[in-house]
Design a protein around this ligand. Structure first.
Ligand code: FAD
Ligand code: DHB
Length: 395
């Protein structure tokens, strides 16, 4: 088999890249380790920056998003039992769209297959070969008993998430990894209930962080800070609701609307960056190259902006014969990645409880929240990062 761009991974990065390349007349094949059903059902992110939602429109995959998703013009920070609103739209002219990542995946897969694009699901034993030559290859098989096949490419896009094989194919001496782990995780639930709030609530309480998000008029998403090594079996539904009520309580008696819990799981929190995001003809995009803690709602959005830069760089290579933009791919992406890392780290530090904090540090944290939400400049800095910073093509 031969194609121009071999794409590993059918997450937001890989699928958006295949659609953007097709729009620019470049052919690609996507190889995905999981089944179509599995990727279309995994519950993950929900917040699309304005630019991510706009790209859905540009690609013509926006119809279900516009029907099922919801534009939010503000978010709330809650602390000391009171809420303060951050008016995103008023401050930036932009909004975010609440639309579940697995719905985005369904839209992207359907659109790519409808174009006649190739996505091979459930591939096994994937490895990358000759990435430092002009003919890199992906070796894989379609099922455990099938013979190995080779996909020969001009370029390989490693969009295979944090645990995929792409990043590890880059020699250790040719990459630097920056890591920060946090002493907490997020317990996320889906509940069958009407929305508790019109806008998202990010709450810092003495008992730890809590987040009220939404999915639809019938299904809500909420998160609780838990210990990094906590086990979901320690969390009965009653304990989860009790904790959400206590953390989110306000002076005027606000309570979340409860319903049956449909799904619950714990995710770890880390910050991670691999630099550069390229080696030879292998280009990393999305979680394969960087992870952010979920507090800033940036992971999916960063994956999409990498795909945007890579699609443009590869298209220019075929159109003008110039690899100028390809050479700058990593620098352009990393500039935006580090700003998102900064914002996600800042939000995490400001909103969670840290057991090592002294009473002094706790008061500083609350004063920071008070300052940020009462200064127009403080509000604007949160708002412009939350709705998404621009891609800066000029490095
Ligand atoms: P992935 O979505 O991880 O896709 C990678 C794909 O590669 C997977 O389908 C995987 O099966 C496949 N793969 C792996 N190994 C191989 C292999 N060997 N061969 C072929 N394929 C392979 N981000 C936000 O922007 N906003 C949010 O609100 C938000 N909330 C989140 C909440 C939770 C609970 C979690 C867990 C994450 C959240 N994120 C959020 C982060 C976001 O989900 C990820 O950053 C995003 O999925 C990254 O996209 P990706 O395409 O880079 O990688
Ligand atoms: C959601 C996830 C996030 O990480 C976040 O910051 C806000 C909302 C969500 O899944 O809805």
């Amino acid at each position: 088999m031969r194609t121009q761009v071999g794409i590993l991974g059918a997450g937001p990065a890989g699928l958006k890249l295949s659609l953007l390349l097709a729009q620019r007349g470049v052919e690609s094949v996507v190889l995905e380790a999981r089944s179509r059903q599995a990727i279309e059902q995994t519950i993950r992110a929900g917040v699309l920056e304005q630019g991510t939602a706009d790209l859905m429109r540009e690609l013509g995959v926006h119809r279900r998003m516009e029907k099922l998703g919801e534009e939010h013009e503000g978010i709330e920070f809650r602390f000391r039992g009171r809420g303060r609103r951050i008016p995103l739209k008023e401050l930036t002219g932009k909004c975010v769209t609440l639309y579940a990542q697995h719905e985005v995946i369904k839209d992207l897969v359907a659109a790519r297959l409808a174009q006649g694009g190739e996505i091979l699901f459930s591939v096994q034993d994937v490895s990358l070969e000759a990435i430092d030559t002009e003919r890199p290859r992906i070796r894989f098989r379609r099922d455990p008993d099938a013979p190995f096949e080779l996909l020969e490419c001009d370029f390989i896009a490693g969009c295979d998430g944090f645990h995929g094989p792409s990043r590890a194919t880059i020699p250790e001496s040719a990459r630097q990894e920056f890591v920060k782990t946090y002493p907490m995780g997020w317990l996320g639930i889906l509940t069958q209930a009407p929305p508790s709030s019109r806008e998202l609530i990010y709450c810092n309480s003495d008992r730890g962080f809590a987040l009220v998000s939404t999915r639809s008029p019938e299904i809500q998403r909420m998160y609780l800070q838990v210990d990094a090594d906590d086990d979901i079996r320690n969390w009965s539904d009653d304990r989860i609701w009790e904790e959400l009520r206590l953390r989110l309580a306000t002076e005027d008696g606000w309570e979340p609307i409860e319903g049956p819990i449909l799904q619950k799981s714990i995710v770890q929190m880390r910050s991670f960056v691999c630099a550069p995001m390229q080696y030879g003809r292998l280009y990393l995009a999305g979680d394969a190259a960087h992870i952010v803690p979920p507090t800033g709602a940036k992971g999916l959005n960063l994956a999409v902006s990498d795909a945007r830069v890579l699609a443009e760089a590869i298209a220019r290579y075929y159109r003008d014969g110039s690899d100028h933009l390809l050479q700058r791919y990593s620098a352009i992406c990393l500039r935006r990645v580090w700003k998102a890392e900064r914002f996600s780290y800042f939000m995490t530090q400001m909103l969670h409880r840290f057991s090592e904090h002294s009473p002094f540090e706790r008061e500083i944290q609350l004063a920071e929240l008070d300052y940020i939400t009462s200064s127009r400049h403080g509000l604007a800095t949160i708002a412009e990062n939350y709705v998404g910073l621009p891609i800066e093509w000029d490095t």
